[in-house]
Design a protein around this ligand. Structure first.
Ligand code: FRU
Length: 519
C-alpha cells in the first residue's frame, strides 16, 4: 500500500511491515477477542466492578461474577489484585450466593468496600487497623420471582482474601425489590460513614449515615434528573478539586435497561454537606460520562493513594451483553482504569477522564511520527504498524479538510472508523463495518456521534485498541467513547484519511500494549 505522504518518522523497535499480513497466531489465536490489557475474568461471566479499594499496597478489584458459566447468573464477587492497575493477579472468589432457611436464594449484587481503620464496626480483633468491610446488595429470589433487595455487610481480616458475612444482615432493608448497589465512604468532616444507594425504579439516590457501619440512618434523597427513563444503578459520590480553587462533589449514576438510544452512564456535579446532595444546575438533560455504547456501572476506588480518583467501568451494555460472541469460555471486560479530574472548559466544568499513566509506562513505544500531511483522497496514509493491542495518540489539525478519519482494526473488508466532521465539530465512532455485528440487532447499527469542538483548530486523540475493545479519549480526556467490536479478519491495520482538503497530523505515537498486563 502506498502512503499518501511520508513525513519524517522514526521507527522505534520492531514494527511489522505493512506489506505482510500477520496470521492470527500465538496465544490469542484461539481466543481472538480476549483483550490483552483490559481485565477479564480467567473464565466465565463478569459484569460490574465492586468493592474497589486500595489496601495492603494493592488495588483490590471485586466484580460481579458467575462461577459456573459465561452467562449472567449465580452472581458472586470475583476478586483480583494489582500493584499498578495494569497487571492483575486472580484471587479466589470472595463472596458466593447462598440458600436461605426458607429455600430462597440470595445472590451477591453490586456494592463497595471500606477499610475500617479505627474498628468502628467492632468486627475486628483489638489493634487491627486494616480490616475490610464490604457492602453488597442481597438479591433474594425464588426461581423467577424477586423477593427483596437489601444491603448487607461482610468483613475480611486478611485484605479481602476471605470474608465472613455479618450475622446481623441485612443492615438496611426498606422492604423494596429495587434497592441496591451501596457505595460507602468515610466523610471526614463529620467523622462518619455515608452510604449512597439507589431506589432504581424511582430514579432516586438515597443517602444514609452511620457511626459503626452496622446501623444506618436515612439522611436525604435526590434524583429524577438527567436520564429518568430507565432504572438508576451503581451510584458513586466523591469530591474533586476544581482548578483554581474549591471543590465539587460528583455523583455518578448508571441508567440501566437499554433502549437503542441508550447511553450508559451519567454524572451530576454539585455540593454535598454531609447530609444532602445539591446539584449545580437543574440537569433537565443528562450529562453523559462516555458517549459509546459500552461503558456502564463505572465506580471508583476508595483510599487510592495520593488522593487519586480512579474509575473502573464494565465495557458492555445490558442490551446485548448476554450475546456478545466471546463465549463460551468468558464474557465481559473492564475499561482501563481512568483517572478522574475536573476541567474548566468554555462549556463549563467537565469530568475529565484519562487512562491511568501506569498503562503506558508498561507499554513499548513502537512508532513516533512528529508531523505529516494527510493529502485528501482515498489512498490515505497507512500507519506503518500493525496490531490489535496498542494505544495510538495523535493531534489533528483539519485545516480545510471536511472530514478526517482514523481506521483501526482494519482488514480487507472490515474496519472500526473514528471520523471527525469539521463543519459539525462532531466525532463519530462507527462500528457498522467492524466485523461480527449480527449477534444482536441492537449491536448492529451502532454509530456514536458526539460534539467535540476543536481547540485552537486542533483535535487531540488517544485511542486504546485491544482486540474487542476500543476506547477513545478526545481533547485530553474531555470526551470519551467506548465500544466493543468483534473483527473477523485480523490484519490489524491502521489508516488515516482526509477528505475535502489536506489535514495535518502531529505527534503520532504508537505504544504496543500487547505485553503490558503480563504478570
Ligand atoms: C448493574 C447491575 C446492578 C446490580 C448488578 C447485578 O449492571 O444491574 O444494579 O447490582 O448489575 O449483577
Amino acid at each position: 500500500m502506498k502512503h499518501a505522504f511520508l513525513a519524517a518518522f522514526t521507527l522505534l523497535g520492531a514494527v511489522n511491515s505493512p506489506a505482510q499480513t500477520p496470521a492470527p497466531t500465538g496465544p490469542g489465536a484461539a481466543d481472538p477477542y480476549r483483550p490483552a490489557y483490559h481485565f477479564t475474568a480467567p473464565k466465565n461471566w463478569l459484569n460490574d466492578a465492586n468493592g474497589l479499594i486500595f489496601s495492603n499496597g494493592q488495588y483490590q478489584l471485586f466484580y460481579q461474577y458467575n462461577p459456573y458459566s459465561a452467562d449472567p447468573g449465580h452472581l458472586s464477587w470475583g476478586h483480583a489484585t494489582s500493584p499498578d492497575l495494569v497487571r492483575w493477579t486472580p484471587q479466589p472468589v470472595a463472596l458466593t450466593e447462598y440458600k436461605n432457611a426458607d429455600g430462597s436464594n440470595t445472590m451477591i449484587f453490586s456494592g463497595s468496600a471500606v477499610a475500617d481503620k479505627d474498628n468502628t464496626s467492632g468486627l475486628f480483633p483489638k489493634g487491627q487497623t486494616d480490616g475490610l468491610v464490604a457492602f453488597y446488595t442481597g438479591h433474594v429470589e425464588r426461581p423467577g420471582v424477586v423477593l427483596a433487595q437489601h444491603q448487607n455487610l461482610a468483613f475480611s481480616l486478611d485484605h479481602g482474601r476471605t470474608w465472613q458475612r455479618y450475622a446481623g444482615n441485612p443492615v438496611l432493608d426498606i422492604g423494596s425489590k429495587e434497592f441496591r448497589d451501596p457505595k460507602v465512604f468515610w466523610y471526614a468532616p463529620q467523622q462518619k460513614w455515608v452510604m449512597a444507594t439507589v431506589k432504581a425504579d424511582r430514579q432516586l439516590v438515597y443517602l444514609y449515615e452511620s457511626k459503626n457501619l452496622k446501623d444506618w440512618t436515612f439522611m436525604s434523597r435526590w434524583g429524577q434528573a438527567g436520564n429518568t427513563v430507565r432504572e438508576w444503578e451503581c451510584p458513586d459520590l466523591f469530591e474533586l478539586p476544581v482548578p483554581g480553587g474549591g471543590t465539587r462533589w460528583v455523583l455518578l449514576i448508571s441508567a440501566g435497561n437499554p433502549t437503542e438510544e441508550f447511553r450508559g452512564q451519567q454524572y451530576f456535579l454539585g455540593q454535598f454537606d454531609g447530609k444532602a446532595f445539591t446539584p449545580d444546575q437543574a440537569y433537565d438533560e443528562p450529562t453523559y460520562l462516555d458517549f459509546g455504547k459500552d461503558f456502564f456501572a463505572g465506580v471508583t476506588f476508595n483510599d487510592a493513594p495520593g488522593g487519586r480518583r480512579i474509575l473502573v467501568g464494565w465495557t458492555n451494555n445490558w442490551a446485548y451483553a448476554r450475546d456478545v460472541p466471546t463465549g463460551p469460555a468468558w464474557r465481559g471486560s473492564f475499561a482501563v482504569p481512568r483517572e478522574l479530574s475536573l476541567r474548566r472548559t468554555p462549556q463549563g466544568l467537565v469530568l475529565n477522564q484519562l487512562p491511568v499513566p501506569e498503562l503506558r509506562q508498561r507499554g513499548k513505544q513502537a512508532l513516533s511520527v512528529p508531523k505529516l500531511t494527510l493529502k485528501p483522497g482515498p489512498a490515505g496514509y497507512e500507519v506503518p504498524f500493525r496490531g490489535e493491542a496498542y494505544e495510538v495518540e495523535l493531534t489533528l489539525t483539519p485545516g480545510t479538510a471536511k472530514t478526517v478519519t482514523l481506521n483501526v482494526l482494519q482488514s480487507e473488508a472490515e474496519c472500526t472508523a473514528l471520523r471527525y466532521d469539521v463543519a459539525r465539530q462532531e466525532l463519530t465512532l462507527d462500528r457498522t463495518q467492524s466485523g461480527n455485528v449480527g449477534f444482536n440487532p441492537l449491536f448492529a447499527s451502532t454509530v456514536e456521534t458526539v460534539r467535540v469542538p476543536l481547540q485552537n483548530g486542533q483535535l487531540q486523540l488517544r485511542v486504546l485498541v485491544d482486540k474487542s475493545v476500543v476506547e477513545v479519549f478526545a481533547q485530553n480526556g474531555e470526551v470519551t467513547l467506548t465500544d466493543l467490536v468483534f473483527p473477523r479478519q485480523h490484519a490489524g491495520r491502521l489508516t488515516l484519511h482526509a477528505d475535502g482538503g489536506p489535514a495535518q497530523v502531529s505527534g503520532l505515537r504508537l505504544t504496543d500494549l500487547s505485553a503490558a498486563a503480563r504478570l
